[in-house]
Design a protein around this ligand. Structure first.
Ligand code: PEP
Ligand code: MG
Length: 577
């Protein structure tokens, strides 16, 4: 019987495929008592699981030897193999099974918790961090014991695709979908501008989040349709529904191919205003997509994705190569690279930083984090500066609110330059440094930014989060996430105005920039630089080509004076007709 669920639409398009349930294995472990005669079989179950996980890890190891993109994998696989054979883990679990007559998965989790406690006491930071490895090894073992496949299916040309169904996914998990046959994903939790959603959009993978308990309602291999535009998920559809969605999917593909005709057109409004359409990228190779849609450059390279999903931080040379590769992919167009923005929904595994703060979005995030890790920050700055020798690179600092954050960062850039001079390594001494405006405090005190920086970029995702006091990853408050709230528009409009007054380039690089519903509004505010996922660029270009700034500007000025949300929404909608 088909049934339908409604959630939040976070990445457009239609996906049709078979369900692949991804579980929180450790949360699902039950405790049960065994009869003495079953203990031997339980030990054998554990041994089989250990053997299977060993096989998986060895397979991963040999795959990593042939794929330079996974060169970090080899190192963590070795650590995992070591823990797998460590008597403190598996032997201790066997002793527990015997002594307490309990099931293997429960014994493993008990022993893991004991080890994690011991790791927490260790003074040496590196060793302390290894507790994450113990957790991951136990997670793998438990998944095998519970009969839940740990791996996503590899890419296959002829398959209808897989739909990942999970309680939650990290942005790093979503990034890993690139190498797999993933048609779409749905999750129980999540918000529209969480980084997981952003990565989904960047890859053009349809996604619906905030479905609450979808994992309990579906089974592995069941057929599912995701309508990522309407936020609808249909499980076990009948032939009639399938036919309807296949048709809609074809229509969408047709629309997309029509947009492709605009690829080489210049983004100029009807009254001749030139607009710069830039790309947001997460990895250097995303530059290929950006070039395909003729982006004028990269407006935001979120470098944290080089740091996620791995067990050791990338060193200076690796980062330098990545930044230089992004420049190369962009073939001489400017590339704005943001320094590390970790924390909140992007936890840094490599330093064992699991978010334990009550309010991670208000905690040690982005520039705040980098300034507490000067060695790591300087390494990144040196890598950026070295890459600046190979093309027009700009440095962007995230989540600024205080003058001293800018002063400290600029001093560290000066120190990094000095270190490179001593090493006789080349860099562009005039490399531009800009700042993200994503905290209301910044948008309301622009003078101090204008005096210190060379360009500004408005991060609407965080600006909305911090202005309206709603966690962008929390679906319970997602209905309050209103990009058109008068307060938000006043902060954006004010920043664009101040930039124009002082001759400081301002761009918008949050998700609003890629939504064609807001293109006219921004143009009327005076914005001429938009940065977005490459998949959104042609849709925005179409709007630019149809817009007349002379006509829009006075209308938008009136909108900026409104203080009723509903009136703003209606007025913005009217701009499009
Ligand atoms: C933003 O906050 O709008 C932004 C572009 O940064 P991120 O989404 O990476 O936080
Ligand atoms: Mg941000």
């Amino acid at each position: 019987m088909p049934f339908t669920l409604h959630g939040l639409a976070v990445s457009q398009g239609i996906a049709i495929g078979h369900v692949h349930l991804v579980s929180h294995a450790l949360l699902e472990v039950n405790h049960y008592q065994l009869a003495p005669r079953h203990l031997e079989a339980e030990m054998a179950r554990l041994d089989d699981a250990v053997a299977e996980v060993r096989g998986e890890l060895q397979e991963l190891r040999s795959a990593s030897e042939h794929n330079p993109a996974y060169n970090e994998v080899g190192a963590f696989v070795d650590v995992h193999l070591m823990f797998l054979d460590d008597p403190m883990l598996t032997d201790a679990a066997r002793t527990l099974i015997d002594a307490r007559r309990c099931n293997a998965e429960w014994a493993l989790v008990q022993q893991m918790e004991l080890l994690v406690e011991q790791f927490d006491q260790i003074e040496d930071a590196y060793l302390r961090e290894r507790k994450a490895d113990v957790i991951q090894v136990v997670e793998r073992l438990v998944k095998v014991l519970l009969g839940q496949p740990g791996h996503l299916p590899r890419k296959r040309k002829d398959s209808p695709g897989t739909i990942v169904v999970a309680h939650d996914l990290s942005p790093a998990d979503t990034l890993g979908f690139r190498d797999h046959d993933i048609a779409g994903f749905v999750t129980d939790v999540g918000g529209p501008t969480s980084h997981t959603a952003i990565v989904a959009r960047s890859q053009g993978i349809p996604a619906v989040v905030a479905l609450h308990n979808v994992r309990q309602l579906v089974h592995d291999n069941e057929l599912m349709i995701i309508d990522g535009t309407r936020g609808v998920v249909i499980i076990d559809p009948d032939e009639r529904i399938l036919e309807e969605y296949r048709l809609r999917k074809t229509e969408l593909e047709l629309e997309r191919s029509k947009l492709h005709r605009l690829t080489s057109a210049r983004a100029t409004t009807l009254d001749g205003e030139e607009v710069s359409l830039l790309a947001n990228i997460e990895l250097p190779r995303d530059g290929v997509q950006a070039r395909k849609v003729h982006a004028d450059g990269v407006g935001l390279f979120r470098t944290e994705f080089l740091f996620l999903n791995r067990h050791a931080l990338p060193d200076e040379d690796e980062q330098f190569e990545a930044y230089r590769a992004a420049l190369k992919h962009m073939g001489g167009a400017p590339v704005t690279i943001r320094t590390l923005d970790v924390g909140a929904d992007k936890a840094l595994e490599a330093v064992g930083k699991r978010s334990t703060e009550a309010n991670p979005a208000l905690g040690l995030r982005a520039i705040r984090y980098s300034l507490t890790e000067p060695k790591m920050f300087r390494t990144q700055l040196r890598a950026l500066l070295r890459a600046s020798h190979y093309g027009p690179l700009k440095i962007l600092l995230p989540m600024l609110a205080h003058a001293h954050e800018m002063d400290q960062s600029l001093a560290m850039i000066a120190q990094a330059k000095e270190q490179l001079r001593e090493r006789k390594q080349k860099f562009d001494p005039k490399v531009e440094v800009g700042g993200m405006i994503e905290v209301p405090a910044a948008a309301l005190s622009l003078g101090m930014f204008v005096r210190r920086l060379q360009f500004l970029s408005i991060g609407t995702n965080d600006l909305i989060q911090y202005t309206l006091a709603i966690d962008r990853t929390d679906e319970a408050v997602a209905h309050l996430y209103d990009p058109l709230h008068p307060a938000v528009l006043k902060l954006i409009g004010g920043t664009i105005q101040v930039g124009a007054r002082y001759g400081l380039p301002v761009s918008v690089c949050g998700e609003m920039a890629g939504d064609p519903a807001f293109t006219r509004l921004f143009l009327g505010m005076g914005l001429r630089r938009f940065s977005m996922q490459p998949t959104q660029l042609l849709g925005v270009k179409q709007e630019v080509l149809r817009a007349d700034v002379g006509d829009l500007a006075p209308k938008v000025q009136r909108i900026l004076k409104m203080d009723e949300q509903e009136r703003v929404h209606e007025a913005v909608e009217r701009l499009g007709v």
